[in-house]
Design a binder for this molecule. Structure first.
Ligand code: ATP
Length: 504
């Protein structure tokens, strides 16, 4: 079996070859960590966005939408803490001149130890056979315990240093662990520095009155500064939420792993405003609600896990990540944060405008507390691409690559294929296409043998292929082929929409 790394390379190649995701500016050799979505990628992305929007806004009476601008008043980013604190600790290797994010480097180091633990478990499982008790093994085996302790000590010391901004001990830690640069292989490191992740530019045409503005690094602040506009015009009562999707920009130091970490990406965020003191209830509610959303797509539950934050951001009193098992291991897909009244209180102070809500039930005014759910749309695309990608060996020994997307997210839902390019079949197929295309993304394809056309649809993840053949011309029935099982059935043309709808 191919290693995870090889699998991931294959997925990236497939995403490019089949028009899901291209490197940006490719003819100019690309632009690091920026990507373009092709004809199938854009459909996948739109479908994920819509699925999120429906579940968050359409299905929640107390959540409404917003689309705020990317440029905002620069003081917003002072108030939010981004100008002073939105930075990552970075270190350079003097020999390779490569730059690394210190926390990522240390987490990778721990992930390698975790791999060693997994190998020990695998070895023991083989040795003991059926009588193997994994729980007992990992809690008693001295080597595993030693590894675990090492991970714990490393993460604890890292988090303490990050919280206290103790960059020199952070460097000592890297030296003590003898971490080497994967490119040069040396341990010749610079000191650790902070690097602000916000992109800035100038607004205004004349140099003298030009003002520095930032490309927003998160969509959340657009929601906070519109909190009262939306609350008053929608007559929302607390608790209620505001949802928004849109681009965010971060000058990431370590930009790799394809669309997992990009410099220009899209977020889907919801800020839920609650009465102070009730935030933990809502935090639990949204934690559950969001994990259910992921599972509702039919992805196996073991692909997800919660990961509590050990180091809380300056604005949070509780935070958890929903991690997904990508091809390179479990990583953050979505964050759920209890942000207290930090943001609204900061904006109240910096703008001098009241950010309070009058609660008619309590007959008093207060600055609401906020629970946030924040998911990266591109990361969700990557999660779906990784989950969907399957290489299957068929009965005749040939292989097929099939993208088993949850049908509701599949870029195209139905392919319509005349068996041959004559005897009125193309015309009939076009007729069927025009019946369905108002309701479903449909693709017409008459080129090549039918087997090859099926493969092409498998490769882009189309759940249903409809084939028009001689019998269709006689009795208005077609064959419907199901992507995952490759089974075929004969159904009436008038039934296609129902069958598709039922499966979607
Ligand atoms: P990380 O620790 O991976 O840098 P983060 O904790 O800074 O992420 P948040 O600020 O909580 O991320 O952002 C919310 C979500 O936005 C993340 O869960 C992720 O899905 C997405 N996201 C953040 N940064 C990026 C990026 N550079 N590229 C793609 N998606 C991103």
């Amino acid at each position: 079996m191919a290693s995870h790394e090889e699998q991931f390379k294959k997925l990236i190649a497939h995403a490019k070859e089949y028009g899901f995701i291209f490197p940006s500016s490719e003819i100019y050799d690309g632009l690091a960590a920026v990507y373009d979505y092709g004809q199938y990628g854009v459909e996948l992305k739109n479908n994920i966005r819509q699925y999120w929007w429906k579940s968050m806004v359409q299905m929640h009476e107390n959540v409404v939408g917003l689309d705020s601008a990317i440029f905002m008043h620069p003081t917003i980013w002072k108030a939010s803490g981004h100008v002073d604190a939105f930075s990552d600790p970075l270190i350079d290797n003097k020999d390779s001149k490569k730059r690394y994010r210190v926390d990522v480097m240390l987490e990778d180091y721990c992930a390698k130890i975790e791999d060693k633990i997994n190998k020990e478990v695998e070895k023991a499982a083989k040795r003991f056979g059926d009588s193997f008790d994994k729980e007992q093994f990992v809690t008693t085996n001295p080597r595993v315990l030693e590894y675990r302790q090492k991970i714990e000590n490393t993460l604890q010391r890292m988090n303490k240093n990050l919280t206290e901004n103790n960059l020199s001990d952070l460097k000592t830690l890297i030296e003590e662990l003898e971490i080497a640069c994967p490119v040069s292989g040396t341990r010749n490191w610079t000191d650790i520095r902070h690097f602000n992740l916000m992109f800035s530019t100038q607004i205004g045409s004349l140099a003298e009155d030009a003002n520095t503005v930032y490309l927003r690094p998160e969509t959340a602040q657009g929601i906070f500064v519109n909190f009262l506009n939306v609350q008053k015009t929608s007559r929302m009562k607390i608790p209620f939420g505001i949802a928004q999707t849109g681009k965010a920009f971060r000058n990431e130091i370590v930009a790799r792993q394809f669309v997992f970490r990009m410099r220009e990406f899209e977020q889907m965020e919801m800020q839920f405003f609650v009465r102070p003191g009730t935030e933990m209830e809502w935090y639990e509610y949204w934690k559950q609600s969001r994990i259910e959303w992921h599972k509702s797509l039919g992805i196996p539950a073991e692909k997800f896990r919660f990961h509590d934050h050990e180091k809380l951001a300056h604005y949070a009193n509780a935070a958890v990540d929903i991690q997904f098992e990508f091809m390179f291991g479990f990583r953050e897909l979505e964050g759920i944060h209890s942000r207290t009244d930090y943001d609204l209180a900061q904006h109240q102070e910096f703008s001098g405008k009241k950010m309070q809500y009058f609660d008619p039930d309590l007959n008093e005014s207060y600055v609401p507390y906020v629970v946030e759910t924040s998911i990266g749309l591109d990361r969700m695309c990557l999660a779906m691409l990784s989950h969907a990608y399957n290489e299957e060996v068929l009965e005749d020994g040939s292989t097929r690559v099939v993208m088993k997307f949850p049908p509701v997210l599949a870029p195209y839902k139905i392919a319509i294929l005349p068996l041959v390019k004559k005897d009125g079949m193309p015309e009939k197929a076009r007729e069927i296409m025009s019946l369905l295309q108002h309701d479903f993304m449909c693709q017409y394809d008459e080129k090549d043998a039918i087997g090859r056309r099926y493969r092409r649809q498998d490769a882009i993840g189309t759940p249903f292929c409809i084939t028009v053949d001689t019998q269709t011309m006689e009795d208005n029935t077609v064959t419907i082929r199901y992507r995952d099982t490759m089974q075929q059935e004969r159904i009436a043309i008038s039934e296609i929409a129902n069958v598709a709808r039922k499966n979607l």
